[in-house]
Design a protein around this ligand. Structure first.
Ligand code: NAD
Length: 503
């Protein structure tokens, strides 16, 4: 476990297989969001470091051993990475709790599960297959090669930093790509520990995985613009994603985007009420609501609205706020000071829009279990789906309750939103479950459960929630490109001035 008595820890970053400071020598503080105190110093990288990291990744891709290693051998390396994560899972979870404020109960489960991504994509590494095509020409032998795209840049947010990095890193490495990672400036420490305990320990060749820590505009943008980066895998806010996408387009990079959400959690009156109440709480108060898949719009069928709200408030009221490193804590701090301010401002917006606050509605005091950046679990009823509190991502423990009449009404409200990341449906009717799953425009629909993820199930957004999918077998395609090879075993010749078609 992390030594919490230690004063300030100074990290270096990892470029080309070496531990280095930022070229400028600058470093910035990272906070423990529970106490609000700085606990570590992180190198403040800029375009010089980005250039060094991309050049290292490019060399490793063009002339290093990684892409030329047999896929079977790469698969074994990925499984070793998985084993090392398992070995250090407790330590990695502790660091993330310290830097991010996520609960130890959630983090311990996350880091214990993370090896599965490396075992799964490690297994896929030598199952990447091209094809032989019986092309429509005599005496031709045609085939398709599946090749790694090249240097990939990952840009990640502050919520679940290691897990979201694993979702990208495992398929990228399995495909034979090399990588530069820019973690969030708020939560860089767990990735640096991961590099030390896992990547360096697994003896992954220099330049294959590099890290540039620092701020979005200073370290992120040069990475997105760098001509030797072939692909950007970005997870973060929708506005940042739009900017990253526009910048990446200038140099024709492949892009995958995992962006924000405002997911509907839809409860019908034929549901199992106790399960649905628990599912509504899981949807919005787990991870202090700081999750892209938060079920932040609770759609309640009008016939059960009042009884449901009563049960929901009773359960949410019991949530234990406190120190995220204690296993009994259920709601931890908000991770960043700007996010704390943003959540409070949305509570004001909801009040100004005329919603009724039936629980919480402001900062949590020390007596209520709060630390430096705590917001009480907050529930607003009387929300209209057109209001800002219903349409905009808050990314905090603030729930908007919206009434609906019937299935048609539920589908309409669920889909009248710019986002399309997740959705929950609570019903005992099989027919309704399948119909809702088909009609809701979202990358994931959970029926009678919420916030479940697996390395086996594709994850990503419809509409403004993103481009592309992570997880599942298809995710590896995002790190590969096809090459068509034509071999003419017959005579040459023919009219050189016309295209060689079959006709
Ligand atoms: P953010 O968009 O502010 O930052 C994300 C990353 O982008 C950070 O590393 C940041 O430094 C970097 N960045 C910022 N400006 C940049 C620029 N101009 N060029 C390049 N990089 C830049 O997001 P955040 O506040 O860290 O995270 C919260 C957001 O992430 C929420 O909107 C949430 O919904 C979303 N998110 C989505 C998923 C998903 O899988 N869909 C998962 C987690 C979080």
């Amino acid at each position: 476990m992390l030594d919490t008595q230690q004063k300030t820890k100074t990290y270096q970053t990892y470029i080309d297989g070496k531990w280095v400071d930022a070229a400028s020598g600058k470093a910035f503080e990272t906070l423990d969001p529970y106490t609000g105190e700085s606990w570590a110093l992180i190198p403040e990288c800029d375009d010089t470091d980005v250039n060094r990291a991309v050049e290292a990744a490019y060399r490793a891709f063009e002339t290093g051993s990684w892409p030329n290693m047999t896929p079977t051998m790469r698969g074994k390396k990925l499984r070793l990475i998985g084993d090392l994560i398992a070995k250090h899972s407790e330590h990695l979870a502790g660091i993330e709790v310290r830097d991010n404020g996520k609960l130890i109960s959630e983090m311990a489960a996350q880091t214990r599960y993370m090896p599965e991504w490396f075992y799964y994509y490690g297994g896929l590494a030598d199952k990447i297959q091209g094809a032989v095509v019986s092309v429509d020409r005599p005496e031709h032998f045609n085939y398709i090669l599946r090749e790694p795209v090249g240097v990939c840049a990952f840009i990640t947010p502050w919520n679940s930093p290691l897990m979201l990095t694993s979702w990208k890193l495992a398929p990228a490495l399995a495909a034979g790509c090399t990588v530069v990672i820019k973690p969030s400036e708020y939560t860089s420490a767990s990735l640096l520990e991961f590099m030390r305990l896992v990547i360096a320990e697994a003896d992954i060749p220099p330049g294959v995985v590099n890290v540039v820590t620092g701020f979005g505009a200073v370290a992120g943008e040069p990475l997105v613009k760098h001509p030797k980066v072939a692909k950007i895998a970005f997870t973060g806010g929708t506005a940042t994603g739009a900017r990253v996408n526009a910048l990446a387009a200038q140099t024709f990079k492949k892009v995958s985007l995992e962006l924000g959400g405002k997911s509907p959690n839809v409860v019908f009156d034929d549901c199992n009420l106790e399960d649905a109440v628990s599912g509504a709480v899981a949807g919005i108060f787990a991870a202090t609501g700081q999750t892209c898949i938060a079920g932040s719009r609770l759609l309640l069928q009008e016939t059960i609205h009042d009884v449901f709200v009563e049960k929901l408030v009773a359960m949410a009221k019991q949530a234990r706020l406190g120190d995220p490193s204690k296993p009994e804590t259920q709601v931890g701090p908000v991770t960043t000071p700007p996010q704390y301010e943003k959540i409070l401002s949305y509570i004001d917006i909801a009040k100004a829009e005329g919603c009724t606050c039936v629980l919480g509605g402001g900062p949590a005091t020390k007596e209520e279990g709060g630390g430096r950046y705590f917001v009480k679990p907050t529930i607003f009823t009387g929300v209209d789906n057109k209001m800002r509190i219903a349409q905009e991502e808050v990314f905090g423990p603030v729930l908007s309750v919206i009434k609906f009449k019937d299935e048609e009404d539920a589908v309409r409200i669920a889909n009248e939103i710019a986002y399309g990341l997740g959705a929950g449906v609570w019903t005992q009717s099989v027919k309704r479950a399948h119909n809702m799953a088909r009609r809701i425009k979202a990358g994931t629909v959970w029926v009678n459960t919420y916030r479940a993820v697996s390395f086996l199930m594709p994850f990503g957004g419809y509409k403004a929630s993103g481009l592309g999918r992570e997880n599942g077998a298809e995710a590896i395609d995002g790190y590969l490109q096809s090459k068509s090879v034509w071999i003419n075993n017959g005579p040459g010749g023919g009219n050189p001035f016309i295209m060689k078609t079959a006709g």
